[in-house]
Design a protein around this ligand. Structure first.
Ligand code: NAD
Ligand code: UDP
Ligand code: UDP
Length: 328
């Protein structure tokens, strides 16, 4: 395991995309660790609901800002998470998605370069596309369609990784690139079309569970607390450790298995409905996490059953206080 930076000294930390699903959990963790957080978000997909509990926090500051525009701030570290992450959101305005990934990366790297501070990029397993290598390790270059409906996200994230490594080689910027695999948990947007939120909301409302294709495609689902722990550990690695590092849960499930688990946990009587598979939908995905285990001393602790149970509790609570949350 690598030697880690001393995080006992409170720092001022920038989190872009801090009002989103992962960003808001990261902000909570950093505040709990005693840091000051500057949360930058344009609320494209994020929600005040995710950070409302922090608005009066003395060490929390919120700035509504679009990362495709330059940002001048004084911070000690940067986590760059700003980017819509679910297919229906990133495909709504694909040009803006590429701009956010690419121009957003340039601006945040420019900021990191000027301040000489470490910067972590929330990259994605989507850089592997529809992989012919299974499980995927970091040396795999991927199989991505450059001109399809998912390309704005996949190629945007690939270009951002290129920029991170070029700033590192050209300007010695201290970069950390994290390839995040499908993550779920409380504060997922119930209306963003991702499979875990869709299935739970459908089960709780007694609506049909929508399986795209025959349900044999696989994903590996990581609970959000595990993921955030991996992110903080990666940021704590010494300068020069760049990644990329896969962070995800290697437990691999078909969408049919996921649907059955959700039905069981919610005791729902929803039917299963089969709908067409979207174009370029990857058939299988599972992280090889040897690098995260070896370099970060990280491995996921929360299994799908218990992670889903707390996610179900969250959606049950959300739908009881705000039944229309699912429509936005
Ligand atoms: P999310 O949509 O909940 O959060 C993204 C946040 O970025 C939102 O708050 C949104 O308003 C903000 N944002 C979008 N465009 C912006 C812009 N131009 N300027 C400022 N803010 C902007 O998604 P998430 O699931 O929390 O994902 C966070 C990051 O992690 C993303 O970069 C995503 O690509 C990456 N990631 C997530 C997953 C996952 O399973 N959740 C998997 C792989 C990678
Ligand atoms: N930038 C920023 N904040 C800073 C420094 C830079 O937003 O504190 C942006 C700025 O828009 C710039 C980009 O980051 O265009 C890239 O910065 P860099 O210094 O790499 O390039 P240059 O300024 O030469 O274009
Ligand atoms: N999916 C599904 N039903 C849904 C939503 C998604 O069967 O209601 C499938 C989708 O086709 C994909 C998998 O679940 O094969 C994961 O989809 P998601 O959008 O959550 O993540 P990604 O495809 O980006 O990994």
């Amino acid at each position: 395991m690598s030697e880690t930076t001393d995080f006992t000294v409170p720092e001022r930390i920038l989190v872009t995309g801090g009002a989103g699903f992962l960003g808001s959990h990261l902000v909570d963790r950093l505040l709990d660790d005693g840091h000051e957080v500057l949360c930058v978000d344009n609320f494209y997909t994020g929600s005040k609901r995710n950070i409302v509990h922090l608005l009066q926090h003395p060490r929390f500051e919120l700035l509504r800002h679009d990362v495709t525009f330059p940002l001048y701030a004084e911070v000690d570290r940067i986590y760059n998470l700003a980017c819509p992450a679910s297919p229906i959101h990133y495909q709504r305005d694909p040009v803006q998605t590429t701009k956010t990934s690419v121009i957003g990366a340039i601006n945040m790297l420019g900021l990191a370069k000027r301040l000489k501070v470490p910067i972590l990029q929330a990259s994605t397993s989507e850089v592997y596309g529809d992989p012919e290598v299974h499980p995927q390790d970091e040396s795999y270059w991927g199989r991505v369609n450059p001109i399809g409906p998912r390309s704005c996200y996949d190629e945007g994230k690939r270009a951002a990784e290129t920029l991170f490594f070029d700033y590192h080689r050209q300007h010695r910027t201290d970069i950390k690139v994290m390839r995040i695999f499908n993550t779920y948990g409380p504060r997922m947007d119930p209306a963003d079309g991702r499979v875990v939120s869709n299935f739970i909301v459908q089960a709780l409302r007694g609506e049909p569970i929508t399986i795209y294709g025959d349900g044999s495609q696989t994903r590996s689902f990581c609970f959000v607390d595990d993921l955030i722990d991996g992110m903080v550990r990666l940021m704590a690695t010494p300068p020069g450790f760049t990644g990329p590092v896969n962070v995800g849960n290697p437990g691999e499930f078909t969408m049919l298995e996921l649907a059955e688990a959700v039905l069981r946990l919610t005791a729902s009587e929803s039917e299963i409905e089969f709908l067409p598979l979207p174009q370029d939908d990857p058939k299988q995905r599972q992280p090889d996490i040897s690098v995260a285990e070896g370099e970060l001393g990280w491995r996921p602790r929360i299994d799908l059953e218990s992670g889903l149970a707390s996610t179900v509790d969250y959606f049950r609570m959300l739908l009881s206080v705000d039944p229309r949350a699912v429509e936005r």
